[in-house]
Design a protein around this ligand. Structure first.
Ligand SMILES: Nc1ncnc2c1ncn2[C@@H]1O[C@H](COP(=O)(O)OP(=O)(O)O)[C@@H](O)[C@H]1O
Ligand SMILES: [Mg+2]
Length: 234
């Protein structure tokens, strides 16, 4: 399913006044493709992702998955949470794994949150850990994994519910250039395989050779799409 962000505006209260973090953003991400969202710190990238994920209600505008309007300024927290669990996968800047669970158990917990028996996703969980290259580490806890391996587990966890939309916030900021490029390549490949509409925030254009499109955010607004050649390293 395609992801459509239409006229998204997000205004935070800021003392006696307000701060517009996202200003009338329109963006479509087709199913099976990855769009990179670039821009400097403070541009509003994470805020836009939070709205796309239903973690924050937009002040104005709508988020649509396929033909379903899923998030509006009036969507309840309960409805947003249900849509997020059923239709959206998220990967954050730091992997946010639980220290006491093994890699496979991180994925099984997601099934539990969706009201399924953890064991019901064991096979798929192992397939995904294999797809991201950490199957050999399925029974290790986060402290026994490298930063790159933890981020791969977080990517597998985001995909365990077969999400239609994948939202990824600066997954490579803790990785060196080569590992960062590999993680972006992994995400774009999985997005294509699983037909997930993927929006990937980055501030490092040099890792984005495999994405399908790039857009740039500056001062809460989306600029016209940059041609890929402009952001790809020479
Ligand atoms: N929860 C919040 N409350 C108030 N202001 C916020 C909040 N989160 C972010 N902001 C502000 O919104 C603007 C955009 O922030 P953010 O979306 O985090 O940008 P980016 O991810 O591009 O660095 C910044 O000015 C930031 O200080
Ligand atoms: Mg951010």
């Amino acid at each position: 399913m395609d992801l459509h962000l239409e006229h998204i505006t997000l205004v935070y209260p800021d003392g006696d006044s307000t701060l517009t973090a996202v200003d009338d953003v329109d963006l479509t991400v087709p199913a099976g493709t990855t769009t990179a969202l670039l821009g400097p710190s403070g541009a509003g990238k994470s805020s836009l992702l939070a709205v796309a994920a239903g973690l924050t209600q937009p002040s104005r505008g709508t988020v649509t998955i396929g033909a379903d309007v899923v998030f509006t300024p009036d969507t309840s927290v309960a409805d947003s949470t249900r849509v997020r669990l059923e239709r959206i996968g998220m990967v954050f800047q730091s992997p946010q794994l639980l220290g006491s669970l093994t890699a496979l158990e991180q994925l099984e917990l997601h099934a539990h949150l969706r009201g399924k028996r953890p064991a019901s996703v064991r096979e798929r969980g192992m397939e995904l850990l294999d797809a991201v290259g950490v199957a050999d580490h399925a029974h290790k806890r986060p402290a026994q994994l490298s930063g790159g391996q933890r981020q791969r587990v977080a990517i597998a966890r985001a995909l365990v519910g077969r999400p239609e939309v994948l939202l990824v916030d600066e997954p490579t900021s803790a990785l060196d250039h080569e590992r960062g490029t590999q993680v972006v390549e992994l995400i774009t490949g999985l997005a294509r395989e699983m037909a997930a509409a993927t929006l990937l925030v980055s501030h490092d254009a040099s890792t984005l050779a495999t994405v399908d499109a790039t857009v740039r955010m500056l001062d809460a607004r989306l600029e016209e799409s940059a041609p890929l050649a402009a952001v790809r390293p020479a």
